[in-house]
Write a protein that binds this ligand. Structure first.
Ligand code: ADP
Ligand code: ZN
Length: 607
């Protein structure tokens, strides 16, 4: 006889249609359901929502969820309602009458989960209302927003310390995906969690494939990446400037890839419209500055591409982390070149910050450049940065693991390059130095008489692309520095002396030869498998049905059913309600609402 399910597990199954807890979820749910406070640190997509949703259902009264993002609240409430949970939202988008109705339901005990914007929660009116209601718990989502040091500081979050004072006996659970210790400490202080346990999940995102390629023609590379590996998928492309966002979006559209621009210079209505389309429609690529992404809860973003270098590993990890929340295979792809390092350095130099701030910023940039240049496993590098060690030395799901780059002795190459910069007076940029090394008689070379130098043509053993890569690595290692005052001229640093004297050992990573697209696309793989034809037809029907239901209910498609659930149906082809109910994502309510339609879609096959 199977052991009886715990109450939490049976709710997980009946309401959310999920067979098992993930990681620390169970422990957290039991802790909070038992009345405890805690801090939960989990990466994006780790499954934080269940950590407060289930205890809210298990405890008496209503769970109050504080969230800064209106779009996110709306989608969460829609998703819960689809699953048959009594959920509501209180924020500035409601009319007075609508808000009054929600308040009445709360007092009557007719709501299990209520999402409230922080500024709303802190009004005397709302606090008094909560005082009269039965409250199961307070969940503070995106808790790092209390941190004045963090990048998402929200002043209204500071006031949330009032919760612990006014409702000392109601459990508090704070959740965030931000890792650093300073922020954690601030959350603990401000939300009164000094004696509460911390649940820290691994920050690894095993379903994301990390890949960093040398930038040649970034737009062409991006188009190839999308069409070969992610045709028809939803994704985000990050660029640094508004102009580049517009330009890239236009180029993708011309190539038949549906793309929308998003940046702070666009009218707010247009921005919202683009965001809504990205969330609600299938297969849209959002080309954006970093202004886009915070609070985007879309689970089926299949790739995040960077056309410019972010400013730190934290930023890179947060941005790439928006891919693959649903746990399915996804890509983090970045094209990076020498100009990226130069540009970011210049932005730091020209920023208003103090010297100390600039030093910290340069350190962070160097760490990211180190990640881009490493020949080791990217994932293990990333996790090390966050103080975690990967169990295996190689993850098997990054470019360096899948096609390990050659590393060779770079001493002579470095010496040739550095002496070329030195002999030409440290007044020239990358292009000219390479021309001299490979012995190209350009106008400039003639004009400055550089064809008469001893370094002219001493580097014919490498091609231009290889020199470019070596040069970038020497800049990344700090032997060469670009001079902003002198239009990016490359100068030797103090440490270059050791290299020129032959005292410093240098290894250089070899650029892999122009990589043929060996990795076949997911869709390509699917199409060649035996049962694929049927799968594809059924998948198409399921998706069309889902879009239609989503349109009717006015919710995003993934709120109706996640991709993983749709895929599960297509491969299992359930013909009975019991078979359908066993697919993750189908709980009691969804079976009741959609079971009939879904089984009919499966049965429509082949007859
Ligand atoms: P977070 O808020 O931490 O970014 P979510 O709570 O939105 O993550 O969950 C991310 C995804 O993981 C969702 O698609 C959710 O349905 C799924 N998920 C969460 N917990 C489980 C579980 N125990 N089993 C299967 N899927 C889960
Ligand atoms: Zn790896």
């Amino acid at each position: 006889m199977p052991a009886p399910l715990s109450h939490a597990l049976s709710l997980l199954n009946s309401v959310f249609g999920l067979p098992a807890f993930r990681g620390a979820q169970e422990e957290i749910v039991e802790h909070v359901a038992g009345g405890g406070n805690c801090l939960v640190l989990m990466p994006t997509g780790g499954g934080k929502s269940l950590c407060y949703q289930l205890p809210s259902l298990l405890r008496e009264g209503c769970g109050i969820v504080v969230s800064p993002l209106i779009a996110l609240m709306r989608d969460q409430v829609a998703g819960l309602t689809e699953a048959g949970v009594k959920a509501a939202v209180l924020n500035s988008t409601l009319s007075w009458e609508e808000a009054a109705a929600v308040e009445q339901r709360l007092i009557a005990g007719d709501i299990d989960l209520l999402y409230v914007a922080p500024e709303r929660l802190l009004t005397p009116r709302c606090l008094a209302l909560l005082g009269r209601a039965r409250i199961a718990l307070f969940a503070i989502d995106e808790a790092h927003c209390v941190s004045q040091w963090g990048h998402d500081f929200r002043p209204e979050y500071i006031g949330l310390s009032a919760i612990a004072e006014r409702f000392p006996n109601v459990p508090r659970i704070a959740l965030t995906a931000t890792a650093d210790e300073l922020t954690r400490q601030e959350i603990v202080d401000r939300l009164g969690l000094a004696h509460a346990p911390r649940f820290v999940a691994s920050f690894d995102r095993p379903n994301i494939k990390y890949e960093i390629v040398a930038k040649q023609n970034a737009q062409t590379q991006l188009k190839a990446f999308i069409s070969e590996r992610h045709a028809g998928d939803a994704g985000i492309v990050y660029c640094l400037s508004r102009a580049k966002v517009e330009d890239t979006a236009a180029a993708l559209n011309r190539a038949g890839i549906p793309a929308l621009p998003y940046h702070a210079g666009l009218d707010a209505n247009l921005r919202t419209r683009h965001q809504d389309r990205f969330i609600n429609e299938d297969g849209i690529v959002m080309v954006a500055t970093v202004a886009f992404g915070m609070g985007i809860d879309k689970p089926d973003v299949r790739f995040v591409a960077h056309l410019d270098l972010p400013k730190s590993i934290e930023a890179y990890y947060q941005e790439t982390g928006r891919a693959g929340r649903d746990g399915k295979p996804s890509s983090a792809w970045m094209a990076y070149g020498l100009s990226d390092i130069v540009q970011q350095r210049r932005m730091i130099d020209e920023s208003e910050g103090t010297e100390a701030f600039k030093r910290v910023s340069i350190g962070k940039l160097d760490a990211l450049v180190g990640l881009a240049e490493t020949a080791e496993c990217r994932r293990s590098r990333l996790l090390q940065y966050f103080g975690e060690t990967l169990k295996a030395a190689r993850c098997g799901n990054c470019d360096n693991c899948q096609s390990p780059p050659q590393v060779r002795d770079g001493k002579v190459i470095a010496q040739k390059l550095l002496s070329c910069a030195y002999r030409t007076g440290q007044r020239f940029g990358a292009m000219h130095l390479i021309d001299v090394l490979v012995g190209r008689l350009t106008e400039r070379v003639k004009q400055f008489g550089h064809d008469g130098l001893s370094v002219f043509g001493i580097g014919r053993e490498l091609n231009e692309r290889q020199w470019r890569s070596a040069l970038r690595q020497l800049v990344a290692m700090g032997y060469l520095q670009s001079d902003n005052e002198a239009f990016g001229a490359l100068k030797l640093t103090e440490t270059a002396r050791g290299v020129l004297k032959g005292e410093t050992e240098i290894s250089l990573r070899e650029e892999p030869a122009q990589r043929p697209s060996r990795t076949r696309s997911r869709r390509g793989d699917l199409a060649s498998s035996p049962s694929a034809a049927g799968d594809t037809a059924l998948l198409g029907r399921l998706r069309a049905w889902r879009s239609e239901v989503a349109r009717r209910h006015g919710v995003p498609a993934y709120v109706v059913l996640h991709d993983a659930t749709i895929d599960g149906i297509a491969s299992i082809r359930p013909r009975t309600p019991e078979q359908l109910r066993s697919i993750p994502g189908i709980g009691d309510k969804k079976l009741e609402s959609y079971g009939h339609d879904l089984i009919a879609l499966v049965n429509a096959e082949g007859n």
